[in-house]
Design a protein around this ligand. Structure first.
Ligand code: FES
Ligand code: FES
Length: 155
């Protein structure tokens, strides 16, 4: 199988890899770059557990082919911490009890991060609408919404 050369930035690192044309970004992140924060659950774009931010847009990495991110800047949950300090969203998720099993959490946080990056003061309705496409089976969403509201006050 012919492979392709792909270069992109993930968090603070520039990465160049030879990839198969059908390799997904989720596979690349988890299996080749050991960035396992993005989770594989449905593997078909339904749950949001694999969400990462690509050029400012939250994307389901199980649906993105790695050759498509050539030249892109990708942020994963591993890239949120700055100078040994957690991102305000990470702090707020812990403080508000918005994490139970944790399987949805990194995807939820990355979706919320993209929202706060483009809208620093979202309304509760905007938060609910934004995160509603990410599935959480544990929390009932209330604590997650509270955590995003709390983080918005700190960013
Ligand atoms: S694992 Fe990608 S959307 Fe569910
Ligand atoms: S905390 Fe378990 S799925 Fe959300």
């Amino acid at each position: 199988m012919k492979t392709m050369k792909v270069t992109f930035q993930v968090n603070s690192d520039k990465v160049t890899l030879q990839v198969k044309p059908y390799e997904t970004l989720l596979e690349t992140l988890r299996e080749r770059l050991a960035l396992t924060g993005a989770k594989e659950a449905c593997g078909m774009g339904s749950c949001g557990a694999c969400t990462v931010v690509v050029d400012g847009i939250p994307m389901r990495s199980c649906l993105v082919l790695t050759p498509e991110v050539n030249g892109a800047v990708i942020t994963t949950v591993e890239g949120l911490k700055q100078d040994d300090r957690l991102h305000p969203l990470q702090e707020a998720f812990m403080e508000k009890g918005a994490v139970q099993c944790g399987f949805c959490t990194s995807g939820m946080i990355m979706t919320a991060k993209a929202l706060l990056d483009r809208n620093k003061k979202p309304t509760k309705k905007e938060i609910i609408t934004t995160i509603s496409s990410n599935i959480c089976r544990c929390t009932g969403y209330k604590k997650i919404v509270e955590a995003v509201e709390a983080a918005a006050k700190r960013t």
